[in-house]
Design a protein around this ligand. Structure first.
Ligand code: ADE
Ligand code: ZN
Length: 320
């Protein structure tokens, strides 16, 4: 198989039970779980919010730059083993600053490891700061101010967390400012939210990719537009199953999307929470949707073309 890129993963979503217990011990913290098995028994989600509740609670163990470095290294090691050769990684600044962890500490930990990623794991990387759409817009503005003040070497901004009731339009100004600074822009839209949020992300936020976007299928005119404009959709099949966006992997609309001509990619979203990394997503899709070698090739090529890697790096990745 050709090399591929992962364009939709939250580094905080790579925080698995073992690391949670390890970091709690190192930081001398008490966890609200009786045992590893007790924690693992809670990975049963009914919707996006039920997952976000556990995801945010578990972040309490991330306190030092070393913690963020360990988390990042853990993700890169697993992703490289799964065949990922380029990764664009989200992080949620507000989820840490709100707990009293300085943004510089978060950046130091993640960036120290990303700096050696190509050498140690053969993976090029980029970091994307996501705004939490269920928090006040003012907080997103403050995060952008701080990122710019620190000259954080991020490649772009994103929009995540609880979607329904928190439309992209709220974030028009902060996205405009980020884009004016030369940053790429992406946004979660059409995961649980309606097709209208996908239109808003494109028209109001000026995003270059849509994260998830599966609900575009409810709006044929929007599908035509996404096809015509070759807007990449970073789809996360196992996430969609675990968060009940779709009933089962066998009923996932990935092939429908490919057949419609949409520029779809496959991603893990939060690999420690949804049953596996991007390699597992591909393996399960081969089993449940009978995804063919040709379709996997298309998805791999899409991921590289849709990435924000340099033209030279894209050429290199496509030739692998
Ligand atoms: N944050 C982490 N994973 C997410 C998802 N799937 N949707 C929205 N926000 C998220
Ligand atoms: Zn996501």
């Amino acid at each position: 198989m050709t090399a591929f890129a992962e364009l939709h993963m939250h580094i905080e979503g790579a925080l698995g039970p073992d690391l949670i217990f390890g970091l709690a011990e190192r930081n001398r913290m008490h966890l609200p779980y009786d045992s590893l098995a007790d924690l693992e028994s809670r990975y049963e989600f009914t919707d996006l919010q039920s997952f976000l509740d556990l995801y945010y609670a578990n972040l309490a163990v991330l306190r030092t730059a070393d913690d963020f470095a360990d988390l990042t290294r853990d993700y890169l090691r697993r992703a490289a083993a799964a065949g990922v050769r380029h990764a664009e990684i989200f992080f949620d600044p507000q989820a840490h600053t709100a707990r009293g962890v300085p943004l510089q500490v978060v950046l130091d930990g993640i960036l120290d490891v990303l700096a050696v990623s190509e050498h140690e794991f053969g993976m090029s990387t980029g970091l994307i700061a996501s705004f939490l759409r269920d928090q006040p817009v003012h907080d997103a503005e403050a995060v952008l101010d701080e990122l710019l003040r620190l000259r954080a070497p991020i490649i772009g901004v994103g929009l995540d967390s609880a979607e329904v009731g928190n439309p992209p339009t709220l974030f028009e100004d902060v996205f405009a400012r980020a884009r004016a600074e030369g940053l790429h822009a992406v946004a979660h839209a059409g995961e649980e939210g309606p097709p209208e949020y996908i239109r808003q992300a494109l028209d109001v936020l000026g995003v270059e990719r849509i994260d998830h976007g599966v609900r575009c299928l409810e709006d044929p005119e929007l599908v035509r537009r996404l096809v015509d404009e070759e807007i990449p959709l970073t789809v996360c099949p196992l996430s969609n199953v675990r968060l009940r966006v779709v009933d089962s992997l066998g009923q996932h609309p990935l092939r429908t999307m490919l057949d419609a001509g949409l520029k779809v990619t496959v991603n893990s979203d939060d690999p420690a929470y949804f049953g596996g990394d991007v390699g597992v997503n591909f393996a399960r899709l081969r089993e449940e949707l009978a995804l063919t070698d040709g379709e996997v090739e298309t998805l791999a090529r899409n991921s590289i073309e849709a990435s924000f890697a340099s033209p030279a790096r894209k050429e290199q990745l496509l030739a692998m």
